[in-house]
Design a protein around this ligand. Sequence first.
Ligand SMILES: CC(=O)N[C@H]1[C@@H](OP(=O)(O)O)O[C@H](CO)[C@@H](O)[C@@H]1O
Ligand SMILES: [Mg+2]
Length: 562
Amino acid sequence: MKEEQRLLLLHSSSLFFPPQGVKLSYGTAGFRADASILKSTVHRVGILAALRSLKTQSVVGLMITASHNKVTDNGVKIVDPSGGMLTQEWEPFADQLASAQTPEAFLSLITEFVEKEKIPLDGVQSAEILLGRDTRPSGESLLEAAKQGISSILGAIALDLGILTTPQLHWMVRARNKGMKATEPAYFEQISSSFRCLVDLIPNETKSSKMDNTVVVDGADGVGGEKLEVLKSMLTSLVIEVRNTGKGGGLLNDGVGADYVQKEKVVPRGFCSNDVGLRCASLDGDADRLVYFSLPTSSSRKIDLVDGDKILSLFALFIKEQLSILTKEGTEKLDNSYHARLGVIQTAYANGASTDYLKESGLEVIFTPTGVKHLHEKAAQFDIGIYFEANGHGTILFSESWLSWLEARNNELGLASEGSEQQKAALRLLSVSKLINQAVGDALSCLLLVEVILQHKGWSIHKWNELYQDLPSRQLKVKVVDRTAVATANAETVAISPPGIQEAIDAETAKYPKGRCFIRPSGTEDVIRVYAEASTQEAADSLAGSVAKIVDRFLGFSSSQQ
Ligand SMILES: CC(=O)N[C@H]1[C@@H](OP(=O)(O)O)O[C@H](CO)[C@@H](O)[C@@H]1O
Ligand SMILES: [Mg+2]
């Protein structure tokens, strides 16, 4: 490393002090903590992002967000050149960097890593990092810290894109590296025009049906509401009413948003008895999650939740239908031999009833650990891979090779049988691949896809919700002394440490008909999560409660004091 570069790094890192007595880790979705202790970490992630750009010789992204966490938290994560999450191979290095105690220790870690990874840190190669942040008040100063980190790498430049949803930044990084326009207007243009194509392809029978084309969206008082206001003006045949836009003084994620709605299953702030029966949806704080809900009665706060699993089921059903129209044997002699391999990816949090439904519908279902990075990786192994977390984060991935086949097929059909059902199916699938974010789960594009599929089928939210009935479930969080004491296996369904805890959970679960329960350490909060499912809500609540007590007995503050 050049002397100039060494001095620059030493000087820059001496301006930021790592938090004392707290060990931050890259976690499920980057570093997250109380914003007041994050400056040094964000500064270092800025440096790491520049190294990633140098290593890959591509543009990378850096997003400042803590998604669904409370407003006083913040976080930072890197977007890889593909538009996906930072490669998992670099995560341990990110952890080491964050915890280096002195500028010298920090510099020596960088020197070692640059050598090991053969990163061209010579001041000759350039690096470029796209920066985005959500609406948190701490975002601006943290972004400054990131910029200072980036500018301490010779040849690295940061492009500040301002306030964005997380999926917008992912989309732009992907677009930039594919040589496409990577601006916010280009993003809105792509998703709104593909939505319009899908609307134009709605069958005449359902077009005329009296379908309610209004959706009421809870913007979580975050960035999503703000962006949706822009997007909605570009759409016809869909009316979007945005509540909790962040402009009305409401606090981000406070009694609002997809995480709250999905976990608490109650009406979010800003919705009332007048909304009974309407089709409603909630975004999370950085708009990468979406859930739907409706208010069944005006007398209670309870909602009918239509979660990520049901969005997944709706998407899978639609794609499968279009595929079967596309590949049905026609009279014409065209090459329709490429049968796409369609896969569906879930985590252990998926409601058991959804998995049964998907399997009964003839779909291949695969499980991965929690966190989009795992689901995305698996989905990318299919021609069409649909992944969703129950909390509403998900997307549909199309392989490049299948898409080129589809383009060619569409052209052939255009010549041989323009306007045929087969060609419409090809066009619909092509439009879906443009509407749905190929980089990461995106609440805005998923919202449009749900809406157009419902219009296509002429379905109300109730009809959609009746695809299957969710098994009652309950999620709890337990504060423990050290959450890393829990290790899991089999896509997080089995706790392999501390010893004996899984046996205790199994013994408890066996008492409940249709009981299913697992625990895992959260990657975004300092808690152990407990998930339980059973045949009644009371049973699910009771199973989750008993297992929470087991967790507390093995790992809680009370046990550590004994
Ligand atoms: C049960 C749950 O909802 N877990 C969420 C949550 O992760 P945890 O590691 O469980 O804290 O945040 C992640 C990032 O948004 C998301 O990918 C994941 O699904
Ligand atoms: Mg989020």
